[in-house]
Design a protein around this ligand. Sequence first.
Ligand code: NJP
Length: 251
Amino acid sequence: KGRVALVTGASVGIGAAVARALVQQGMRVVGCARSVEKIEKLAAECQSAGYSGTLIPYKCDLSNEEEILSMFSAIKTQHKGVDVCINNAGLAHNEPLLSGKTEGWRNMIDVNVLALSICTREAYKSMKERNVDDGHIININSMGGHRMVPSADEHFYCATKYAVTALTEGIRQELREANTHIRATCISPGIVETEFAFRHHNSDPEKAASVYESIKCLKAEDIASAITYVLSAPPHVQIGDVQMRPVEQVS
Ligand code: NJP
């Protein structure tokens, strides 16, 4: 309650559900994405619902480091700093390893890997300068960050999520070496019903719809519940990775 959380990719899907849940719990949440108007609408909904926290919309293209740094600087000026950083923004382009376009690969690296790393570094800096010892870094990973999805559509995406697995472990080690009690967790979902597959298969909306129709998928709110659980764990408890997938998901 009263803590400041940054949620990246808060305009839709998992990020929007997480931002809503944290505002309901009384946190001050800076929600960022390119489609800031969607976050403004969500902020108005949270206010009308009478939630005790606040959602502050911030327009940021996370593939641009300058924009990320300006956002952290604005958070410092307006809200003193970040106590919780939820690196949620992510995307998958349908670009196989043997035929994909470099541009699509670069965009996945920029958002899924680099933006997560830059936000983590800046959030840590913010926590350290304010002596925040109970901060938390939460990375939204994927089951695809633990085993390769057997589909060329997603191999590069899985590689970026394997990076998230390694980065979360590395962050945790560096935090211990820095002698802080700041925690690092990743949440690794299976299929979650959001816009994700529609963006991934943007030239084939029927294929995207079939992803969500084939089984009873996780909901964005399920991931938000996992995050509120992780944030409510006692300070001595380090939750490394929460793997969660639909009961009916086979791979
Ligand atoms: O995806 P989606 P999810 N700058 O497409 C933002 C992981 N995951 O909620 O800029 C700033 O509905 C985008 O905002 P906008 C997945 O890898 C998912 O399902 O307005 N923001 C939007 O808010 C990802 O890490 C599934 O377009 C940028 C958000 O990212 C996380 O869950 C399974 C941006 C994407 O919303 C959230 O995904 C799994 C940029 N350059 C892991 N680019 C799943 N859904 O099945 C994108 O294992 N965003």
